[in-house]
Each structure stands twice: as C-alpha cells, then as structure tokens.
Design a protein around this ligand. Sequence first.
Ligand SMILES: [Fe+2]
Length: 371
Amino acid sequence: MHTFTFVTPGKVVCGAGAATDGRLAQEAALLGAKPLLVCGKSLQASGMLEKILATLPGAKVHLGVPPEPSLTDCADAQQAALGCDSIVAIGGGSVLDVAKAAALPGSIYDYFDGKLTVPDERGQALPILAAPTTAGTGSEATWVGVFTDKRGASPKKASIRGGAMLPKTVVLDAALSVSCPPHVTAYSGMDAFVQAVEAYVSRGANPFTDPLALQAAFDIAEWLPSAFRDGESLEARERMLIASYQAGMALNTARLGLVHGIAHPVGARTGAAHGLLCALLLPAVIRFNTGADLDRYSDLAIGIGAPREDLAALAETWLDDFSIPRKLSDLGLQRADLDAVIAETLVSGSTKANPRTVHESDVREVLEACW
Ligand SMILES: [Fe+2]
C-alpha cells in the first residue's frame, strides 16, 4: 500500500440554526476575540448576515467576495484582516478560499511567485472557522485555495495549499443554504459529486478517504434532486452539506482527476461556473478512464443504482435534469484556446492523480467529445 497523509478540521458542529443561535459565535470565541467575518453579498441579501452579527458583536466584516476570485480579491481580504485575530468565513467556495488567503501572513502574490510557502499548522496564520452556504466545493474541509491569477496575458487558475489554510472548526447549518437558487444548487452539488467520484478513483485514494468518497457520492445522488426541486427542505440541504463536506475531506489528500484538470483552465478562460464545467466534463472523462479503473466506477454505479451500472450514462441524464449545457462551445471556449488548455491540463496536480495516465491526445479527445 502506498504511504499517505490524512487530515481534517478539528471540530464539526452540525445543525440547522447553528449560525444564528449562538453556537457559531461560541466556537468563534474559542479561536479569537476580534474575528474578521468574510462573506458574500448573498449572505446580506438573505438577511442572515444581520442575524449572525447580532451574535458576533466584536466582528469586523469583509463583504462582497466575487465568484472565481482573483489574487487582488485575496489581497483586499488580507488588508481587511489586519488587526484581527481570527477568521470566520461564511459563504460558498469562493468566500471560503478567499478567507483562507486572508488568514495568511505576508503578500498573497509572494505565495504564487514561489517566494513564500504556506505555513504548516504551527505557523503564524490566523485560525479559521468555516461555514459553507453552498454544498459544493468542500473548501471548508480542505487546506487548498483556488484563485485566478489575472496578471499574465491570459488568466490562469492556480492553487496554494498548506496546513495553516485548514479550518480549525466547521459549522454545517442547513438554514444557511436554503436561499441558494436552484441553478447554483445544481452546479455546486455536481461539483461535490464529481469530487467524490474523482477522489474515489484517484491514485491518491486511501482507506480513510474511500468510505468518505463513496458515502458522499451515494448521498449526493439521493439528495441533490430534492435540494434542487425543494430548496426549502432543511433535510435535503443538511444531507447535501454533510456529503459535500465528506467529499472535501476525501479530496483533500486523495486529490482529484482529469475532470478538475480540464475544468480549471477552461473556467479561467470562459468564466463558466466550476460545478457546471465539472458536470459537463464528467461523462467523457468516465468513458476515458473506464478501461483503466472499471472496478471502482462499478462500486459507485452499483451503489447509486445506475442503469446498466453505467455511471457515465447516469451523469449524462443529470445534465438534462439540472439544465446543464452539454457543449463547451456553448460556453464561449474558442478553438484557438485548445492548445493552451491542453498544456495546462497536462501539468495539473489533479490530472497527475487521474487513475489512467493522461497524454496530450487524450485531453484533446475528451475536449472534442464535449465540443
Ligand atoms: Fe471542484
């Protein structure tokens, strides 16, 4: 068996209402007395921000993290964190990632230019409490942040990782996600599903990540349709939050695969939602991988109850069910960009964890299948 590392946040508090009834504030107080609350504008629009702040009177607020955040967004959040002793992050994957950057000492640009390394768990970073409002990226369970570096000729998605970026405490409150609109619920949920699948078939999968990834995939298959149709269902929302958190725990050390290897360079060029891209690419990548890792895909397909044990066919039906486009060309990707997308895919850490070795012609084949 290969050697591996497995790491998760230290504490999870799960329960509807936890963000507003004082439980989140109680956990935040264990991390610091002057937290920076990082969130998106949707938290304010839903009325939840006001209720949360009523329990966190000492908090400074950094509001308005955009989707697919840039290094400038990270630098702004770092500036806002000056004078704070902890971070409370409440939002979707972009908010949680920016909050991880806000916790770091030193310039965010230096991490991306190789001049600084993310500190380990003993480092000088601020402690983080994370509460997701979407069931998707699983960022609350990981020590990774994915950002768009817009400084070059073409924007590039890049990630940094390290022990100091792992949240100390996670709050899973289904009431935070009931206002998430159906299309965001679908895209986020499919990101979580793809992450569970890729973590399970990954070269980095291990005995700790396998049960988490499998359970996450099974629960998302069961509960995402309910959360999509009936967003007010606290049961469906909670099951999705738990499943996406499990998928995050799995992928943090098992890593991902070719879907994510392609989705990042395509997302940087098109601005398309990450989960949408993951869902669109999944059937073609399963078909590419199936020859090399049939048993693991069968575990997933049989557990979910896929027709003919065909996970790719099931994933395709979901594209229609959730109104997800089937073609990359519909998202504004240009043929002229394909060579650069392929080059970036081949050097991605996700692609390196893919169960089947990926060559240039393989990426081109997958892209053509989705064109
Ligand atoms: Fe993802």
